[in-house]
Ligand binder design. Structure first.
Ligand SMILES: NC(=O)c1ccc[n+]([C@@H]2O[C@H](COP(=O)([O-])OP(=O)(O)OC[C@H]3O[C@@H](n4cnc5c(N)ncnc54)[C@H](O)[C@@H]3O)[C@@H](O)[C@H]2O)c1
Length: 447
């Protein structure tokens, strides 16, 4: 949706709109709802980015952005940007794999319907090798069946580095992009397209030698980040055990330019990307290149460590209550996977709630950005609940709203155990907490 908005809002030097964009989704209830929202002028996603909303409004008012579930529209397209999901699942032996069926079906439809001379840009995060070994052969097969030249439709790859949150839109149009084509003509066409959408004077494009290299760049970036986060978890545990503040330590380490992006301990890693992308290179090696001897143990371990991270917060609470959470009432603040976004896919909060409820705790959850937790099919209170009656309060997501709570006033005379699981609280709030007499704990900070 964000990419469709960016393309629909792209302007030429005279300020005119360059593209007519038709967003396509599946004819499922969710897909239809998104399409109806777009066609009513409503952005179908909750965002804190005002620029994205303004860009969507301007493209909609101009008539350059509409949506449909009718996949015959691909006949009209000079360019189709593929941004559909590709989920990771597990073989019976536990090895990760991808469910290619839906993705292949979508690509086959493009091969069946798009015009000669048109361009497919794959932006879906895929196992390296996908464009060369899956997408292009499939498109060629469909073109042959239509009696057309095998290269009549061009296939390129480019990936988004979007950062959902306040800078969502800018992270598409004002950021460096990597791309490649399965042929020279595809690379040239992809470059021409991206140049019109992205401010490539300030953020030059980088062309790699093959789509496999471009696909690898994407999964390497996300594997690096996921591994960096997983790596720090054991240092957070150490800091808690020996009574030091790892955030203070990290601040000292970060002055070294080589170490400036070292991550920090927290509540866990969620969202649709970091939870699966570190597994994609191994899947590509095994399933697309037949290389069983190439393994990615760090990346695989990172996914496991990150997925289990919120269990540590559960353990801290269990210890605080003398070894049992049975009957404890917990207020969980934040259910999205990241601060200041409403996306709750694969959130650590989900793992946390499941774990503590299985131990007999009762949880009330809140999130300032959403009143419905889709994955748990659960309504959430719109207002921040009062802390009275809770045995514990867990600050799980560093939403801006939580950082402006006057803790003294909010807590009043109640004295729950307070766990800052994700460096949510400001120094002023932490001081107020100490003065409140509540027992408090922080992930990554020893007492
Ligand atoms: N969300 C991010 O911040 C982000 C960042 C970088 C890369 N990515 C990658 O982009 C891809 C999409 O991610 P997302 O978060 O937008 O996923 P999403 O699930 O929110 O959106 C995908 C949409 O595609 C639709 N769809 C599926 N099959 C289709 C088909 N055949 N025809 C038309 N529509 C179809 C789905 O119904 C859904 O609405 C993934 O590969 C993801 O890893 C996402």
């Amino acid at each position: 949706m964000a990419m469709a908005t960016a393309v629909a809002n792209a302007r030429n030097s005279a300020g005119g709109f360059i593209f007519d964009v038709i967003g396509v989704d599946l004819p499922t209830p969710e897909g239809r709802a998104k399409v109806e929202a777009v066609n009513s002028g409503v952005l179908p996603l909750a965002t804190t980015d005002e620029e994205l909303v303004a860009a969507f409004d301007s493209a909609f008012r101009n008539g350059s952005l509409r949506a449909t579930t009718d996949n015959r529209v691909y006949q009209l397209a000079d360019i189709t940007v593929v941004d559909i999901h590709l989920d990771v699942s597990r073989h019976e032996n536990g090895m990760p794999t991808v469910r290619f069926d839906g993705f292949k079906k979508a690509i086959a439809t493009l091969g069946d319907t798009m015009r000669p001379g048109s361009l497919i840009v794959v932006e879906t995060t895929v196992p390296p090798g996908t464009c060369e070994k899956v997408v292009r052969p499939l498109v060629m097969e469909r073109l042959r069946a239509r009696g057309l030249s095998e290269d009549a439709i061009l296939v390129a790859h480019s990936y988004e580095r979007v950062m959902p949150g306040k800078e969502y839109y800018r992270s598409i149009v004002n950021f460096w992009r990597v791309f490649s084509g399965t042929t020279e003509a595809a690379a040239v066409a992809c470059q021409a397209f991206l140049t019109k959408v992205i401010d490539t004077e300030r953020f030059p494009l980088r062309r790699l030698h093959s789509t496999t290299a471009s696909e690898t760049a994407k999964v390497l970036e996300n594997s690096y980040r996921a591994t960096n986060i997983a790596f720090i978890a054991e240092w957070g545990n150490f800091a808690e055990a020996v009574g030091i503040d790892l955030f203070e330590v990290i601040d000292a380490v970060r002055v070294r330019p080589t170490h400036s992006n070292i991550r920090q301990p927290g509540f866990g890693v969620g969202g649709y990307c970091l939870t699966k992308d570190p597994l994609l290179a191994g899947i590509g090696a095994r399933e697309l290149f037949g290389l069983d001897h190439i393994d990615f143990p760090f990346s695989q371990r990172a996914v496991e460590v990150n997925a289990a991270m919120s269990e540590h917060s559960g353990a801290l609470l269990r210890d605080a209550f003398g070894g049992s959470l049975s009957g404890k009432r917990i207020l969980l603040l934040g259910v999205s996977y990241r601060s200041d976004v409403a996306d709750t896919r694969y959130s650590p909060s989900e793992v946390f709630v499941r774990a503590v409820e299985s131990e007999g705790a009762m949880v009330v959850s809140h999130d300032p950005l959403t009143t419905f937790w889709q994955e748990r099919n659960q309504e959430l209170p719109a207002e921040l609940p009062a802390p009275q009656g809770f045995d514990a309060v867990v600050f799980a997501v560093a939403h801006a709203e939580y950082q402006t709570i006057d803790l003294r006033q909010w807590l009043g005379t109640s004295q729950p155990v307070v766990l800052d699981a994700n460096n949510v609280l400001t120094p002023v709030q932490r001081q107020a907490l100490r003065e409140s007499g509540c027992r408090s704990m922080s992930v990554g900070r020893g007492n």
